[in-house]
Design a protein around this ligand. Sequence first.
Ligand SMILES: Cc1ncc(COP(=O)(O)O)c(C=O)c1O
Length: 384
Amino acid sequence: MSTVRRIPVAGPWITEKEVAYVAEAARTAWYEHANDFHARFEKAFAAHLGMKHAIALPSCTSAIHLALVALGIGPGDEVIVPESTWIASAAPIHYVGARPLFADVDPVTWCIDAASCAKLITPRTKAIIPVDLYGGMPDWDALTALAKQHQLAIIEDAAEAIGAAYHDRPAGSFGDVGVFSFHGSKTLTTGEGGMLVTNDDYIRDCVLKLRDHGRISGPKQFWNGEIAFKYKMSAMQAALGLAQLERIDELMHRKRQIFTCYREQLLRHPGIQLNAKPEGTTHGYWMVTAIFDPQYGRTKEEWMQELHVQGIDSRPFFYPLSSLPAYQKEPSAQGAQQRNPVSYYLGTYGLNLPSAMNLTPTQIQLVCSAIDKLIEAKPQKRAA
Ligand SMILES: Cc1ncc(COP(=O)(O)O)c(C=O)c1O
């Protein structure tokens, strides 16, 4: 039976280095060496970002959860999140009993819009969770000024943005806390995993305690000061992450190559908007993303279906959070479609094109010529 190889939307680049590190962890990371790979990975990650502390965790979701708890956010509080993101940016707000407020995103960067945030702030608003969407950078000057003015904490969701920068400052370093995901689809992966970074000693101490069932370190064993959580990465994952981090320049170079290859071929279509890199920013290009003008006559689901039948995988641009069944009863979701038109537009016409680390130029060419043909095949019509 022959199997047709599909063009994958996401996936890692694993070499013998990663295999060797994981094997070494499986052989040696026990007894007094149980935490050696965590320590090396955390130290190297903090140094890479120029941050004081990095704490390895089982996921980015757990990192956002711990950040909210460490910042003292709880019942009665509100936290602003962008509409266009994975639900993991917002779900932990509910874990701590607070409520999300949904802000619109910028039409160019697709990241949270500071002016939209400003309209949502009430005396109960305690924090903003800006997301570096698909490796892009929001307007950090506007966001940090707004947070300062209203004394709001910032948790930077850099889950998708390793390698991105804003005026030479790396993604993940803009908030009180920054968080990363190392899910298997990410540029740097540990299979599943996450990292929390901060320059704040209090937050670091808090997170170290909270992730280990509130254990108090000292002479007494199994002595817990509070009810907390169990969020730890395994040594094998830390070893994989360390090997990937030591190859970060190579990984980022590949992401940039993939994006450039698409851009050169899709540039001829004025109705396709690709990831933007405003002056002074560096894009992480986690996912090459295309917004197709409505004049092409297809929604994102129709584009995805057309590509799917040709063996090309893609992903929908995130549906606005307020449109999800999970948020039907959320107060901030009421009237959100009118308030947040950009997120609703992008969520109707955008999709992530194949961006896997092992993609070949020939595969990218295949995707682009499939798009060319679809654009030619469909008579163009004006958007209503
Ligand atoms: C923007 C964003 N935030 C948070 C997460 C959650 O990451 P994890 O799956 O590691 O919990 C993701 C995961 O893909 C994400 O894309």
